[in-house]
Design a protein around this ligand. Structure first.
Ligand SMILES: Cc1ncc(COP(=O)(O)O)c(C=O)c1O
Length: 391
């Protein structure tokens, strides 16, 4: 009997299929040489620091360098203080940790409708009830949220999970006014906003409005959680295999993360990765990488936008986002995108059906495609294949 091979990676794609369903970067975009130089920088002087347990809040020199780096980003829009940051092992881990720290079993979490399709599992792991909040072309509909919050018949939220910038899956960007409204509602009704902002820095034109944590001007000194937790990730600006990200929040909330049993026992959550990313910053390589990603993804977004306009005119509605990975297509004749998937795979293209992004089974005629995994030419071929089956 032969030993089965265990998979090396999270995704597997059938031969001959261009799979637009995955929000993963293409291997070509990994800055392997830069990371090798960073590893040399971090480990080369035989410093023991990268291999020790790290400080609970995160590797201090990196927190300071990261705060500087973020302060210089147009998409952040102001100075960031290191004491408002906590290093994580990526946004997924940070969301899990926020659920541990700020909610308990049977509490309710509100999510956008549609939302990131993998997020429900994290909240279910914590025994939370999930309720969808309507969205529109500008993201979370905060007026609809205000009505839900004042309706005594709907369970009140302990957490609200939102992707305010280049939303996954819709690509929508929450305008400044709604960002402020959301924070005001969180304060009034005493819930914690988890703002998943992993695409915040990936803008291909003008920057989006600032992260929610930048707008929270009533710091939560007691760490009750009423207010905002913004999440960033190196998965989308460096490499997902690193498993490195950050929380930005008031010092009171950061204190809750620092005091967690998890960080207390193991120290900084991805200390070694933090020392590598620190070296990338010290060597100026992170900015280079981000510039390259913006350029390449911007071209890919244009290529897909053009192909959709040419090939699918009259068949689908979509809005090309100014950043992030995703385009959200609504098929006009009400096609069932789950039922269509096997036909699409036979035609050599795949996507993520809209129903995957709904807590209540909506969006049956929608689908999400990603620009991240393939080059412009392959993306254009994929759109042609999609057009052939939708016709
Ligand atoms: C909205 C959103 N949040 C979180 C993640 C995962 O982030 P991380 O790799 O930092 O855990 C993704 C990845 O696709 C995402 O799209």
């Amino acid at each position: 009997m032969t030993t089965p091979h265990l998979p090396a990676l999270l995704i597997s794609i059938p031969e001959g299929v261009i799979d637009l369903g995955w929000g993963h970067p293409s291997a070509r975009l990994h800055p392997a040489a830069a990371l090798a130089a960073a590893a040399d920088y971090a480990l080369g002087g035989e410093s023991p620091i990268p291999l020790q347990y790290g400080a609970v809040q995160g590797f201090g020199p990196f927190l300071e360098a990261l705060a500087d780096f973020l302060s210089g980003q147009a998409a952040v829009g102001g100075p960031v203080k290191p004491e408002t940051l906590f290093l994580t092992a990526g946004a997924s881990q940070a969301i899990d940790m926020a659920a541990t720290l700020f909610a308990k079993t049977d509490d309710t979490v509100y999510v956008e409708e549609p939302t990131y399709y993998l997020i429900g599992r994290i909240f279910l792991d914590h025994g939370l009830n999930i309720i969808g909040v309507p969205t529109d072309a500008d993201g979370l509909n905060t007026d609809a949220l205000a009505e839900m919050l004042s309706d005594g018949a709907i369970p009140a939220p302990r957490l609200l999970y939102t992707i305010p910038t280049y939303q996954n899956p819709s690509g929508a960007v929450l305008p400044l006014q709604r960002r402020r409204h959301l924070i005001e509602l969180a304060r009034r009704y005493g819930f914690t906003v988890i703002a998943d902002e992993v695409y915040q820095l990936l803008h291909y034109g003008p920057p989006p409005p600032p992260p929610l944590a930048m707008l929270d001007d009533a710091p939560d000194a007691a760490g009750s959680g009423a207010g905002v937790i913004s999440l960033g990730s190196f998965s989308k600006i460096l490499a997902p295999g690193l498993r490195l990200g950050w929380v930005q929040a008031s010092p009171g909330i950061i204190g809750r993360f620092v005091d967690s049993g998890l960080a207390f026992s193991g120290g900084g959550l991805n200390h070694f990765g933090a020392t590598l990313a620190h070296a990338m910053l010290e060597l100026g390589l992170l900015s280079d990488n981000l510039d390259n990603l913006r350029r390449v993804y911007g071209q890919r977004m244009d290529a897909v936008g053009d192909a959709l306009s040419t090939e699918l005119a009259g068949l689908v509605d979509f809005a090309k986002p100014g950043g992030g990975y995703f385009l959200w297509l609504t098929v006009r004749d009400g096609a069932d995108t789950v039922a269509l998937l096997p036909t699409a795979n036979e035609a050599g293209v795949s996507y993520r059906p809209g129903a995957d992004f709904s807590a209540s089974g909506g969006f049956g005629n929608a689908l999400r495609i990603s620009i991240a995994l393939y080059e412009s030419e392959e993306l254009a071929v994929a759109v042609r294949r999609l057009a052939s089956i939708l016709r």
